[in-house]
Unconditional design. Sequence first.
Length: 259
Amino acid sequence: MRQRCRELYEYREMIRSMVRRDLRGRYKSSVLGFLWTFINPLCQIAVYTVVFSRIFRMGIDRYYLFLTVVMVPWVCFSASVQGGAVAVVNQQDLVKKIYFPREVLPISYVTGCFINMLLSFVVVFVLIAVSGSGFSLRAFLFLPAVILAQYLLCLGAALIISACTVYLRDLEHIAGVLLMAWIYLTPVMYDISFIPKDLALLFYINPMTPIAAAYRDILYYKQAPQMSGLLLSLCTALAVLLMGEAVFAGLQKNFAEEL
């Protein structure tokens, strides 16, 4: 593991270059270009806000803000998993021609998604300012730990699914279907207190549940997240990352042949 980390560090310029290329090419030839970074999450937020605050009437104060502070991280998670599924497959010519640590591909893709998420947080901070909700500096200090937990989780998931998709291409489409259901098993559109007790276990084994709750505690409720939940999310994310590296390392040996 230490040797792999050292090797990845030696290829840091390649990762940086691929992240830069991904960000530049994401909205290439688009009229609105970089503005889609903000338009995409805003459109989703607008639709869910109308549905859950006007039609289903959740009865949550400033529902648009309640939703936004978790929807932006969720969009990043969803993109990291679904796009990560084809991170290796889409670069098959590169994989066949030259040697480099194959982990570079999912790492660069997930990192690009996270840079995009951090830029999208401009929308979150503007909405917080406009709403008059304000910030809690003490709670805000925990935000980097939550972002780190999500990054490790997304990277671990991307390593697993990118390696497995090389052997089973249907996983790209299966991931899309699973993510459609996954969002409803994560407290994105509703508060964690709404989870029925008889279904609590199903929701709490979801690694995104404590992360979503932590984002909402910090940015909506202006309070420090529960330390037990934060530690659980960090430990779970690290476990998923280690498992992802183990799966990726085991499967990458035959990438060139399978591609």
